[in-house]
Design a protein around this ligand. Structure first.
Ligand code: SF4
Length: 229
């Protein structure tokens, strides 16, 4: 949307700013990039309500900043890796443009998304880390299967599992949706305090399941209260 005021053309209002919860530098805690220094831009707002959500603070509040300001602050620490996360970052129209601007600046860019918003407009240079919500999240019905056609070998699919039923759902879904053939890395992680990683590893080995078991590194470093992404 372009507005005219007194003959002057203004930048599209919705895309020109973003509501930001925090911008910080740490190490990436999840994905195949786990352990690498990374600058995070956490946008505010989420239209899901996962029962085990560990970032409820990202669902409300935040501060509206010009997109150019967000870009400058994301680039300033100089980490080669930048992650756009939330909440659900794709709720904000300016996120799509910010992702491309980060790529233009030469950064490796990760997008962490719940997977229920359309990925079609995301810059193909972005590495998408997309959740498939298992039944234990309470949001399984929001999975958007059409998004799979926007994923390839540079992308990742993340399952967060609360129990054996979630594990079985992942196993069946991997086969039914031919996720291995699709190419993204397949990540399986545990809801903190609900599923023991040793149990998950035992199931994966027993089934020879081609998933990458991952731990939420930030919780092991800073404790269980450390926010997820
Ligand atoms: S875990 Fe993520 S997607 Fe789920 S409610 Fe929390 S912020 Fe939203």
């Amino acid at each position: 949307m372009t507005l005219k005021a007194g003959g002057a053309t203004l930048a599209p209002v919705k895309e020109a700013s973003l509501v930001v919860g925090e911008i910080f530098t740490s190490v990436q805690g999840e994905s195949t990039y786990a352990g690498l220094p990374c600058t995070f831009v956490r946008l505010t707002g989420c239209d899901l309500r996962c029962v085990w959500c560990d970032t409820p603070q990202a669902r409300r509040g935040g501060r509206r900043l010009a997109r150019a300001q967000v870009l400058a602050r994301a680039l300033d620490p100089g980490t080669p890796l930048v992650t756009l996360t939330g909440g659900e970052p794709l709720l904000q129209p300016g996120a799509i443009l910010l992702l491309s601007e980060l790529c233009d600046a030469g950064r490796t860019v990760l997008l962490e998304t719940g997977g229920h918003r359309d990925l079609g407009a995301v810059d193909p240079r972005v590495h998408k880390v997309m959740d498939l919500k298992a039944p234990g999240s309470g949001e399984c019905a929001r999975n958007r299967r059409e998004n799979l056609r926007h994923l390839d070998a540079r992308d990742e699919i993340k399952f967060v599992l609360a129990d054996r039923a979630d594990y079985e759902w992942m196993r069946v879904t991997m086969r039914a949706w031919e996720l291995v053939r699709l190419g993204p890395a397949l990540l399986a992680s545990c809801v903190w305090g609900r599923l023991d990683p040793r149990q998950l590893v035992a199931w994966v080995i027993e089934d020879r399941l081609p998933v990458r078991v991952q731990l939420q590194l930030h919780k092991y470093i800073w404790g269980p209260e450390a926010s997820g992404v």
